[in-house]
Ligand binder design. Structure first.
Ligand code: GDP
Length: 366
């Protein structure tokens, strides 16, 4: 499953954000948020399309996509050198598909800031970045030693590896994240990917603000926006403590009212999950039948057989064709039969690039 790790200095609001994710009422009763370990939970990906389709299909159940969220506490200055916990936490990040980096953007004299006041988003970001970068440098140096030996014997692959390693080393030593380095060459891209560096993982910066700044942000969150933009990274503002209160409300109407008062259209949790999807280039296709209406996650650009393989490897191996209905058509015509009668059902082959929201029916040989 998709896994996002929440990182940040102590007292920036990581647990608060985790709690508001964990108490967000799940879209479908069969997939509530469940806390697997104190710091690990599974959340459903909000998708109104599933509910709209369910009104037409009346399935036995709705099965949304899910995303694992892990609260990675304990990152402090020096974590990369620490033998004990700090290092373990960095290891936890390696297992994540994306990083949610929370930065404190609220004043509160009662809540201690690491290294003392005043609030400083730039410094906070740089402390965490530095720890991740130092860890990456460790990885790089170990690999350099290994590949230099092999390259000496004239090995072409090892020479390519050295090219990648040295480019990363240079950037990291300048205090830049490895994701700022891009390789055009496919071979080099693969080598880069296989290093599983921490600072090449996609990152979403979250500016945690007070309720008063929930809608428009504040000077601190503007700073976070600037820093994210400078890296070409995604960023969002969230009032985690307020959202925690909202998430605890029982009914949809109550939540809506609270959000309206703050001038927000959507809860921070919903925005965050959607952003994370976008960040990872993920899209959703849907299967709709009497048993269930279900969301499936795939990488943007995948073709029909690859998507079939998300459901079952046999679907991919025996792929014949896919019957595709556009979400808008399903809603407009009101049933699969009506869509078919209107000639709006697509019959697609193995080269069809599946689009977000496609309702798919795969035909395959067993
Ligand atoms: P963590 O160490 O990063 O997990 O931080 P926590 O989530 O435990 O938050 C530390 C403290 O800051 C808690 O007492 C929270 O209630 C408080 N807090 C979190 N977000 C906000 C906020 O936006 N405004 C204020 N005033 N306090 C907050």
């Amino acid at each position: 499953a998709l896994k996002c790790g929440i990182v940040g200095l102590p007292n920036v609001g990581k647990s608060t954000l985790f709690n508001c994710l964990s108490s967000a009422k799940a879209q479908a009763a069969n997939f509530p948020f469940c806390t697997i370990e104190p710091n690990l939970g599974v959340i459903t990906v909000p998708d109104e399309r599933l509910n709209k389709l369910a009104e037409i299909v009346h399935p036995g159940q709705i099965v949304p996509a899910t995303c694992e969220i892990v609260d990675i506490a304990g990152l402090v200055k020096g974590a990369s050198k620490g033998e004990g916990l700090g290092n373990k936490f960095l290891g936890n990040i390696r297992e994540c598909d994306a990083i949610i980096h929370v930065i404190r953007c609220f004043d509160d004299d009662n809540i201690i800031r690491e290294g003392g006041a005043p609030i400083d988003p730039e410094e906070d970001k740089s402390i965490i970045d530095t720890e991740l970068q130092l860890k990456d440098l460790e990885t790089i140096d170990a690999q350099l030693k290994k590949q230099e030996k092999i390259a000496n014997s004239g090995d072409k692959e090892a020479k390519e590896a050295l090219e990648v390693l040295n480019a990363y080393k240079k950037a990291l030593e300048q205090g830049k994240n490895a994701r700022t380095v891009a390789f055009d060459d496919k071979e080099l891209q693969k080598i880069a990917h296989d290093l599983f560096l921490l600072t090449t993982k996609p990152v979403l910066y979250v500016a945690n603000v007070d309720e008063s700044a929930a809608k428009d942000g504040n000077a601190y969150s503007k700073k976070v926006e600037e820093m994210a933009a400078a890296e070409g990274a995604e960023c969002m503002t969230i009032a985690a403590k307020t959202e925690e209160d909202i998430a605890a409300l029982d009914t949809y109407e109550d939540k809506k009212m609270f959000l309206d008062e703050l001038g927000l259209k959507e809860s921070g949790v919903d925005r965050l999950i959607k952003k994370a999807y976008h960040l990872l280039n993920l899209q959703t296709f849907i299967t709709a039948g009497p048993m269930e209406v279900k969301a499936w996650t795939f990488h943007k650009g995948w073709k029909a057989p690859q998507c079939a393989g998300v459901i079952h490897t046999d679907f991919e191996k025996g792929f014949i064709r896919a019957e595709v209905i556009k979400y808008e058509d399903y809603i407009k015509y009101g049933s699969e039969t009506a869509v078919r009668d209107a000639g709006k059902m697509g019959v697609e082959g193995k080269d069809y690039v599946v689009q977000d929201g496609d309702i798919m029916h795969f035909r395959f040989n067993v």
